[in-house]
Design a protein around this ligand. Structure first.
Ligand code: GDP
Ligand code: MG
Ligand code: ZN
Length: 315
């Protein structure tokens, strides 16, 4: 029988089959076969939410997964540093979801404060995993007139799809509802930006817990503990993810990062040296473009900081 993984809680793999969740386990043999995958941090990474799996039903109503599924793509991030597991500061890949069309990168105007570097990291993560990023700037009801639309305009100009949303005024919610039709969409973003709140508005089937105390985001509280997939109709799936402190792209080189900062990639072709790091070299077209405000300073700064995290890892 074929189903789709809707959530994973330690060894229990919940598989959605004909609108029911069936608790499945991995055949022991599979775990052995996967031993070579030791560089993948977690055993749960063998299977991830969004995977299509073949399973056999046991008499007690549970199921056994016989085969590790093939994936069209998967969204992953750099796993947090774990003492004893991450040798010599090396960080592993952690899967977030499989077979993803859209990665909704959710940020908020305020509470928590908008942070463009966090957004840029999510964008690079989404694109480098071959998913289409969609930016959601949530809590637009909290937007001060003075700051209005600066970030919306900036990212729209870069060619991203940007949605201004609010679950208070319901601005943008219909647009999200339309976009997700016929797709698998995963919602990522820092804890407290409103991912679960938005999902609750998309379909009456979804009833995710939302942080009740509005200040909870400040304390790093995570109401959503595991990724959870919802099937809205035969070909529409949405995935809520727990808020994480950091979403950093996994396994990228400096060149890759440059590639995903679209406007920097275009301009960098005109640097004098093709090894230009856009920091101290003469005739750097990127620095010139930043000075001339063709490349927004915030994007340049964000780019440099992301590249810096790569350099740190070499030690
Ligand atoms: N003002 C305002 N508050 C929101 C909005 N969306 C969510 N919230 C609040 O933000 C807090 C965190 O929401 P939650 O959905 O749990 O965030 P998540 O951690 O990203 O899933 C809750 O107190 C929500 O009520 C919004 O559009 N405007
Ligand atoms: Mg949540
Ligand atoms: Zn340069």
């Amino acid at each position: 029988m074929k189903g789709i993984v809707s959530r994973i809680e330690s060894k229990n793999i919940y598989v959605l089959y004909e609108e029911k969740e069936i608790i499945c386990y991995l055949r022991g043999r599979l775990k052995l076969e996967a031993e070579w995958k030791k560089d993948k941090l977690l055993y749960t990474d063998l299977i991830v939410v969004g995977d299509y799996v073949d399973f056999e039903l046991n008499e007690d109503g549970t199921g056994v997964i016989e085969k590790i599924p093939e994936r069209r793509n998967y969204l992953s991030r750099k796993a947090p540093y774990i003492k004893g597991v991450s040798e010599k500061g090396k960080r592993f890949e952690q899967l977030i979801a499989a077979n993803v069309d859209y990665t909704f990168c959710v940020v908020s105007v305020d509470k928590p404060k908008f942070n463009n570097r966090v957004l840029d990291r999510m964008l690079v993560t989404a694109e480098s995993c071959e998913t289409t990023p969609i930016i959601v700037i949530n809590k637009y009801d909290l937007m001060k007139k003075r700051k209005k639309d600066y970030w919306y305009d900036l990212y729209t100009a870069l060619g991203y799809k940007v949605i201004k949303s609010s679950v208070v005024t319901m601005q943008g919610i219909d647009e999200i509802k339309q976009l997700i039709q016929g797709k698998t969409s995963v919602f990522i973003g820092h804890s407290g930006v409103g991912k679960s709140s938005i999902l609750n508005q998309l379909d009456s089937k979804i009833n995710q817990k939302v942080d009740e105390i509005s200040e909870a985001w400040g304390k790093g509280k995570h109401t959503t503990v595991t990724a959870q997939l919802f099937k809205l109709n035969d070909n529409t799936f949405v995935i809520d993810t727990p808020g994480v402190r950091e979403i950093e792209p996994y396994g990228l080189t400096r060149e890759d990062i440059t590639h995903y900062f679209r406007e920097i990639a275009i301009v960098a072709k005109n640097c004098r040296f093709n090894t230009c790091t856009h920091t101290h070299e003469p005739d750097c077209a990127v620095k010139t473009a930043v000075e001339e405000e063709i490349i927004p300073f915030e994007r340049y700064d964000s780019y440099l900081r992301l590249v810096e995290t790569l350099d740190e890892e070499k030690f």
